[in-house]
Ligand binder design. Structure first.
Ligand code: MV4
Length: 446
């Protein structure tokens, strides 16, 4: 069993994990940077250890510092949250070597799924639909251009070690290919130290639908339905919801089955997410698998009634899943808006600073996951997300109304936020009718 757990993260997700541990009777150790001395997570944990200066590279990404804090505090497990070291196979391996439980899948699984070409081949071999594309690494533009001609234009060139949009370029015709390839490859070499590329047919105007799965060490795998994450800007999700307005019960059954198959093919253990592109109501394709708890996990929690962080900790302790597939029922509709310290009228420029006045909404069906408080100073070093506003209603219409009411109540003074922008999205007729795809924010003026 896990007796004491170190949270290798900050912000609202660190607070979220501390709360789950407290309810489970697990002692908590927070780590914090010099810029995070006054942060909520450092105050809420049973113990807090400073691990270095503000910049992430010297603190939340510093594996040696974090492992030292773990060993000194006597923690027997590390929860990595999301971002930072959460999908770093070397860090998971380091935990394994030190005899510390990593709350997540094994390092080899993280590594295999982190290589998107290997992940693609694994899924294709298991019969999970993948987008027509290459099954071998592509290292040069000439080979790539031949493959692109075979696959059919438009194509997308992706970095094998990429994900989330870096090292990615599209080409609509052969004349564009060489430059797109070289640009993507250079970006990949700079970002990941590896220029291995793969190519897929480019699916235009799809929805981003992801399935939450849970897998225990005994080989049980279940899915908890989908989240629609199509409302995004430059690969930063803004609004997520569960279930998707575009997924019928029959399609949920088919995609859920594919998601479970994908997790089994990867020998997956713990909570994971299978990302699909949904082209229309019968065509969906595996895109990648995320091996972390995700920012948007609360919408799944609300429609299933499950606590995903507790499930993660139970699984990492070697316990079996607490529910069977037939006991999972999707109830009502949940929406999450990410509240960021940024100015949408100034190209979404980050807006760190001191919160002088704060009122957060509440009431039935409203959840706020945040680490901010009145008087708190948001440091400039980290992601601009400062809160997640999550609502649950019986229907999608009720959830939208509740979210608009909740957004209208928010008062955050002293910094700029995207609260009004989020309200604007929820007011859009195409958003309200559920007719949108990943291009929504590129094609609508909010
Ligand atoms: C694609 C695609 C269309 N066709 N692959 C974006 C990030 C990375 N996870 C893969 N991405 C995409 N891959 C094929 N074959 C479109 C995207 C994409 C995207 C996907 C989900 C959500 C938002 C997106 C925004 C731009 C491009």
């Amino acid at each position: 069993m896990i007796r004491k757990l170190l949270i290798a993260n900050r912000g609202e997700i660190a607070v979220r994990i501390i709360r789950a541990c407290r309810e489970m009777g697990i002692e908590t150790v927070a780590v914090y940077s010099e810029a995070d001395r006054d942060s909520l997570h450092a105050h809420l944990a049973d113990e807090a250890i400073c691990i270095g200066p503000g910049p992430s590279a010297k603190s939340y990404l510093n594996m040696e510092s974090i492992m030292s804090a773990t060993l000194v505090s006597g923690a027997d497990a590390i929860h990595p949250g999301f971002g930072f070291l959460s999908e770093n196979a070397r860090f998971a391996a380091f935990c394994e070597q030190c005899g510390v439980t990593f709350v997540g899948p094994g390092s080899q699984v993280i590594q295999n799924l982190g290589n998107k070409q290997i992940a693609r081949n694994t899924m294709a071999a298991a019969g999970v639909p993948v987008i027509p594309g290459t099954d071998h690494p592509v290292m040069d533009a000439e080979t790539g251009e031949r493959e692109a001609a075979r696959i059919g234009y438009p194509v997308i060139i992706k970095a094998a070690l990429g994900g989330g949009g870096k090292g990615m370029r599209t080409a609509y015709q052969p004349e564009e290919f060489a430059l797109a390839f070289q640009t993507a490859q250079k970006e990949a070499e700079n970002a990941f130290g590896d220029g291995t590329m793969y190519i897929e047919h480019y699916v235009e105007n799809p929805r981003h639908i992801e399935f939450q799965i849970l897998a225990d060490a005994e080989g049980n795998v279940i899915h908890l339905g989908e989240r629609d994450c199509s409302i995004q800007r430059n690969h930063q999700k803004m609004i997520e919801e569960a279930p998707s307005a575009a997924v019928s019960p029959a399609l949920r059954e088919k995609m859920g089955c594919a998601a479970v198959k994908a997790a089994k093919a990867a020998h997956y253990v713990n909570a994971g997410t299978i990302e699909f592109l949904l082209e229309n109501d019968e065509k969906f394709y595996f895109m990648e698998m995320n091996t972390r708890i995700q920012v948007e996990h609360p919408v799944t929690e609300w429609v299933t009634g499950m606590d995903l962080v507790k499930e993660q900790i139970r699984i990492a302790s070697g316990l079996p899943l607490s529910v069977k597939q037939e006991d999972v029922h999707i109830q009502g509709h949940a929406i999450e808006c990410r509240i960021n310290a940024e100015n949408p009228r100034k190209n979404f420029r980050p807006s760190p600073g001191t919160i002088t006045e704060l009122h957060l909404p509440g009431g039935q069906g409203i959840r706020v996951d945040t680490d901010i408080y009145a008087g708190y100073t948001i440091p400039p070093y980290y992601d601009s997300m400062v809160a997640k506003l999550i609502v649950h209603g019986e229907t999608r219409e009720e959830a939208i109304a509740k979210m608009q009411s909740a957004l209208g109540e928010v008062i955050i003074q002293g910094i700029d936020t995207n609260v009004d922008y989020q309200y604007g999205i929820l007011n859009d007729p195409d958003y309200q009718s559920g007719k949108f795809n990943i291009e929504f924010l590129n094609t609508h003026v909010i």
